[in-house]
Structure formats: C-alpha cells, structure tokens
Design a protein around this ligand. Structure first.
Ligand code: PLP
Length: 437
C-alpha cells in the first residue's frame, strides 16, 4: 500500500524556520545508539546527543522497561499535598552525586521550568532572610537559560529576547568571556578571570544589596561552547559571597558527565548555591528537570512560613512525575553501572583531538572544547546565522546531526560514542567544512 505523504501543516515547529523546513524536511524516524534513521532509512550519525540529552545513547532498554513498569504501577500522582515514594528515592540518589551541600531537590519538566523555579527560590530565600529588596538578577551576554519569561529575561542572546522585552524582568548582564585572541584554545583559556569583576562593577552601579542571584552556565553551551577562563568561576563565587548574592549554575547541558565529572561544578571546583539540571537527567527519554539547592536555602524558606500554607507558592502538575522519576532512576543506574562519566572523561582527549584536527578548514573560524562538548565557529556568511543554518543542512545530507546556533555548530556526541564513531562524524565535518564558499 502506498504511504500517504506526511501532512506537516498543523505542527508549528519550535526554533525552526517552518517554511524552509517544509521545503526541505529533516525527519528522524528511528534511533539506536549514536545513530538516527530518516523515514526513508538513511542513517544519520548523532553528533549532538539529540539535543545534549542522550548521554547514554538512544534506545536504552533499561529506561524503556523502567518506564513501562512504572506506567503500569503508578502512571500519575499529584505532588501538591500528596507524593509518590519514587520521587523521594530520586531526590536522594541525586543528592548523592551533586556537589556537597546541595541536597534539596525541586522537580519540573524542562530546563526552562528549572530556571524559572530557581529564580523564584532565590527570591523566596532572600525574603525569608529579611532581604526582600533583592529582586534584581545578573546573567551574562550570550547566556541561554531557556525560554520561559524568567529565562528569557536572563537571556544574553539577542534573538531570544529582542521581541519579548515588554514581559522581561529586571536583569543586568556581565560580558561574555570569549575573545578573538583566544581562538583555537583547547580547554580553559588562561586569561579572562578578571571578566568576573563585571559582577563587582554591577554591584557598584546597582547596589549589591539589590541583587538576588547571578546565573551562569559553567560552560556557555547553546551559543557554541564557551569554556570559562581559568579562575573565572572561582572569582565569581568570591564576589557573590562578598555581596550576599546567590550563585546559580545552570547545568542543563553540562550536567551528567558532559565535562568529565557528574557536574561541571565539581569539574571546575566551584560549588554554587543553586544548580539547575534537565536533559540527560532522564537520558532525554521523558521530559524532566530539577533544581538542587543548598540545605540552608530550603530550610530558610520553610522556617519563614509559620501558617499552614505551602512555603513556596510554586509547582507544576508534572513536578516529579512518577514515570519521569522512573526514567531518571534508570538513567542514573546506567551512568553508575557503566561508569559513563569516567568513560566520557577518558574519551575526551580523542574527541578534542578529532575536533581540533578541523582547524585549517576553509569554513572554520574558531574551535573550542572541553570534556565531550565542542564549538565550531564558522567563518561569517552574508548575514548572521545564514551559514550555520546552511552548513547544518549540508551535514544532515551527508549523514551527521549537530546543533547550530547562529554561525556556530555544537558538536557533543553521547558519552558512549566510540573512537571510530567520533572518527566517522569528524570525517563528515571535514568533508563539509573543507568546501570553499
Ligand atoms: N538552560 C540551559 C543552559 C540550556 O542549555 C537549556 C536548553 O538547551 C535550557 C536551560 C532550557 O531547557 P529546555 O529546552 O528543556 O526548556
């Protein structure tokens, strides 16, 4: 029987040029390991772990079975005034791998929800401590913190905020940490810790006592992998402490072994007060996110409310969804049993060797990378973003999926990728990026 052509009129695709997509659809119909297949059966190597979610590769049977069993056991339970045992189990497991001291966990369904939740927790904490005037946030140019209104306010990528300025809240920005002199730096740049002094400057301008929290991605992922200069995060920590400002690490991409350790906080030796995570929390299988906070932050909020009412007037219908909890526990088991974070760390050298072998190609302006995440900055095209979009489509035609943001590609394969698979992915990059204009 002939298959009906797919009607694509009704699904409005996110972060997509829908007209271009309809003209040139890029569809995934099946996935296993580090491979996707199109509906026609063409193989596409996954050079982006989906969207930095599938750290353990696609189609993990352990997760599928845990989800199936949980759906039959307890498919849904509300978490307002009720709870399911599995969410406490997950929170305890997470606190075992989180940076020491961060052991209270609030669940949501997406990275964007985690970010907005973290903002509200910061405000609630300061109010509980008698500092309700701390209502301003600091973030960084080129930062990405999801697309809800809090995260849009924190955004440092102009395209993501320009059209929504009427609904954004009070956020001031530090400079990003990339400079042209640091092109082709592998790992952390030596110079640039001083850029953290932007926080000190903002405290002078606005009053440190008005600032609730500073949000940064330890490695700025979505913009194209900007690795923090040596000492930068430490300096940010010291300035935040000096002014009583909470330090929030958005680890939605960097969590779960992407940098080598469980979290980038541990890899870079800086403990934030609040940490957001999502994506690889469930290996991408079921939407889920979490915000981890220091014990004393939750304690302060809980202790500040004497009446019989929720201490934090915040939560989602799908907070701690039992099926998502089951997927997360199964993912954490894989990470532990397969020693996946150590595997990613061990693979990093071969991965970065492969990335940096692209250095002299016609379309490459800069290369950056750390652990199992890298950024390939393309030489600029006629208008910003045009080249990135074109190259991403060419790579798809040649059999490789990577993420493109503006004119940067983000190449971050699963932690289970073999050296041969990294080689095959890099060969496709070499073929496409080596072409002239
Ligand atoms: N924060 C960071 C650092 C991210 O990279 C992302 C997504 O890429 C988000 C937040 C938003 O996550 P989600 O798309 O799940 O809402």
């Amino acid at each position: 029987m002939d298959q009906q052509p797919l009607n694509m009129d009704h699904h409005w695709l996110p972060f997509t040029n829908n007209k271009l997509f309809h003209a040139e659809p890029q569809l995934f119909a099946k996935a296993s390991g580090v491979r996707y297949w199109t509906p026609e059966g063409r193989e596409i190597l996954d050079g982006a772990s989906g969207l930095f979610c599938c750290a353990a590769g696609h189609g993990r049977r352990e997760i599928a079975e845990a989800v199936h069993a949980q759906l039959l056991e307890l498919d849904y339970s509300p978490h307002f005034q009720r709870a399911a045992p599995i969410s406490f189990e997950l929170a305890e497991r997470l606190s075992g791998i989180l940076p020491k001291g961060l052991d209270r966990v609030f669940f949501g369904s997406s990275g964007s929800e985690a970010v907005d939740t973290a903002m509200k927790i910061c405000l609630a904490y300061h109010r509980a401590k008698g500092e309700a005037q701390r209502t301003r946030f600091v973030s960084r140019a080129w930062g990405y913190h999801g697309v809800n209104l809090g995260g849009t306010s924190l955004a440092g990528m102009v395209g993501n905020r320009r059209e929504f300025s009427s609904v954004t809240c009070d956020v001031v920005h530090m400079r990003h940490t990339w400079s042209d002199e640091q092109r082709f730096t592998r790992g952390q740049p030596d110079d640039g810790a001083w850029l953290a002094d932007d926080l000190e400057e903002l405290c002078k301008t606005y009053g440190g006592e008005t600032i609730a929290a500073v949000f940064v991605e330890p490695i700025a992922g979505s913009i194209g992998t900007i690795v923090p200069p040596k000492g930068y995060l430490q300096r940010l920590r010291a300035i935040a402490d000096k002014h009583g400002i909470l330090l929030v690490f958005d680890e939605v991409i960097t969590g779960f072994g992407r940098t080598g350790a469980a979290f980038a906080s541990q890899e870079f030796g800086v403990t934030p007060d609040v940490l957001t995570m999502a994506k690889a929390l469930t290996n991408g299988a079921i939407p889920m996110s979490a915000v981890a906070v220091k014990t004393e932050i939750q304690q302060a909020v809980i202790d500040s409310i004497k009446a019989d009412r929720p201490e934090l007037m915040h939560g989602y219908t799908y907070s701690a969804h039992p099926v998502a909890c089951a997927a997360a526990l199964a993912s954490l088991n894989i990470y532990r049993d397969d020693g996946l974070f150590a595997r990613g760390q061990a693979m990093s050298d071969a991965f970065l060797d492969a990335v940096f072998s692209l250095r002299n190609l016609a379309q490459v302006h800069d290369l950056r990378g750390y652990g199992m995440i890298s950024g390939i900055q393309l030489t600029p095209g006629k208008t910003p973003g045009e080249k990135g979009s074109l190259v991403q489509r060419l790579l798809f035609k040649e059999g490789l999926h990577v993420k493109a943001t503006g004119d940067a590609l983000i190449f971050a394969p699963a932690l289970v990728t073999t050296e041969d698979e990294i080689g095959a992915m890099t060969d496709i990059l070499r073929k496409v990026l080596g072409r002239g204009e």
